[in-house]
Write a protein that binds this ligand. Structure first.
Ligand code: SF4
Ligand code: SF4
Length: 106
């Protein structure tokens, strides 16, 4: 299974630091620069991209969910994790079988 790039939208401030350091450029900021996200075309589990668009995009305040993106193009280098000052991104080496795209934060 590919790496799981996990974004925590209760923590992301949209500073863009993860986007800048990714060596394969598979992350981006939204047009309004509020959030970072996995680029849709690189997300293998399309429900993750859909969840971002329906549950996070357009919102201004923190959203209490994590989104799990299965990304074959991810090198697993964790440069994004090291760059994020908010602890808002995590890399799990392998996307777990049956992992749902959205994880609610209690
Ligand atoms: S682990 Fe590396 S390749 Fe994967 S999204 Fe983060 S910076 Fe990019
Ligand atoms: S570095 Fe962290 S806080 Fe900044 S855009 Fe990326 S995930 Fe969000």
């Amino acid at each position: 299974m590919p790496p799981d790039v996990v974004y925590d939208y209760s923590k992301c401030t949209g500073n863009g630091q993860c986007v800048q350091v990714c060596p394969v450029q598979i992350l981006e900021l939204t047009a309004d620069k509020r959030w970072c996200k996995a680029i849709d075309g690189y997300v293998d589990n399309k429900e993750a991209a859909e969840a971002f668009h329906s549950q996070v995009e357009g919102k201004k305040d923190a959203v209490p969910i994590k989104i799990h993106n299965a990304m074959s193009a991810c090198l697993g280098c964790a440069a994004c994790v090291a760059a994020c000052p908010e602890g808002a991104i995590n890399i799990i080496p392998e996307f777990a079988e049956g992992q749902s795209a959205v994880e609610k934060i209690q």
